[in-house]
Ligand binder design. Structure first.
Ligand code: SER
Length: 318
């Protein structure tokens, strides 16, 4: 049985991934680490929980030794819009944080999952059906940190034989915990507005195409690649994965099928539009499909139906 540590466990991905890992591997085998002493939700009650500043390597090592960890999901990171507002801190969190994780993983012989992103691409990358191996010259600090992270994972694998694995996540849509500070956040915020009968003010233009994925598929991808046969993994930096590609207008029309009265307006013009414009419209994820049987379950229709239902329940419970 794996002994797993998750950094950034109280964030958007962690809040969904930790319960799934605990279900699969047993609650006591999954140590969740976040920076909040009293995190919202059940994460601190359903299994071991601890606080961590990602720069604190000695503390991280203590956790690894104490819990006999063999697998790390390193999720602690700043998203694109926040990173752009504070690039120095983004480097510190996203890169120096990752370096510390890779170093302790090397010392304790752990496998490491590191999420990269569509943000690892830039305006000179082919925008449609973006290949697995292609030009990566991002123009955002978030993207710079993601490409660097991919290269570090490659380096630690080839130099130290560290078992690094990763995916390039598209925008992630979930109801457990809001993302915060990302360019793709509109695709989550829109559901909150729709369920609460409010007009949604979208910060991206109606025709901005981006790849997206519903959280259950993202969780499945993270677990599946860590379970995959190492011999089949051609890429140790990160695999392209996607589930759907849509624009704000397409998502609006989809939600209106369920809630015909819902209205959306556009308030465009901040940094997030130029970040989104520099990212691909749609990824080619055939390498992931071939190498480790990646296969998403949700498309825009099934995601929208499920998201509206689950979010309405969640907001009613409050
Ligand atoms: N969802 C991220 C962001 O918008 C991209 O991976 O920053």
């Amino acid at each position: 049985m794996k002994r797993i540590l998750v950094t950034g466990a109280t964030g958007q991905i962690g809040s969904a991934l930790v319960p799934a890992l605990r279900l699969l591997y047993g609650s006591n085998n999954v140590l969740a680490l976040g920076h909040k002493k009293n995190p919202p939700g059940d994460i601190a009650e359903d299994g071991p929980y601890g606080t961590l500043d990602i720069q604190d390597q000695p503390q991280l090592e203590k956790y690894l030794a104490q819990y006999n960890i063999d697998t790390i999901y390193h999720l602690a990171a700043m998203l694109s819009a926040t990173a752009e507002r504070n690039p120095q801190r983004a480097w510190d969190v996203n890169i120096n944080g990752l370096m510390r994780v890779l170093e302790v993983a090397r010392k304790f012989k752990c496998s490491v999952f590191h999420p990269s992103s569509i943000g690892a691409f830039g305006p000179t990358t082919p925008a449609d059906q973006t290949p697995q191996v292609t030009i990566q010259r991002p123009v955002s600090m978030y993207g710079v940190s993601k490409v660097t992270g991919e290269l570090l994972c490659d380096y630690y694998h080839s130099k130290f034989n560290l078992d690094t694995r990763g995916v390039r996540f598209p925008g992630l849509i979930s109801y457990e915990m809001p993302p915060g500070g990302g360019t793709t956040d509109y695709a989550v915020d829109i559901f909150y507005a729709a369920v609460q009968n409010k007009t949604f003010h979208c910060f991206l233009k109606p025709d901005t195409h981006l790849d997206m994925m519903y959280m259950p598929d993202a969780v499945q991808a993270a677990i599946q690649i860590m379970e995959a046969d190492a011999a089949k993994l051609k890429y140790r930096n990160a695999y392209n994965i996607t589930a759907m590609s849509f624009t704000p207008d397409m998502l609006y029309q989809e939600i209106k099928k369920h809630l015909p009265e819902f209205t959306m307006a556009y308030t465009v013009g901040d940094i997030r539009q130029s970040i989104a414009d520099s990212w691909p419209n749609s990824l080619d994820d055939s390498s992931a499909r071939t190498d480790w049987d990646w296969q998403p379950k949700f498309d825009i229709e099934s995601m929208t139906t499920d998201m509206l239902e689950k979010l309405a329940c969640k907001l009613q419970e409050k």
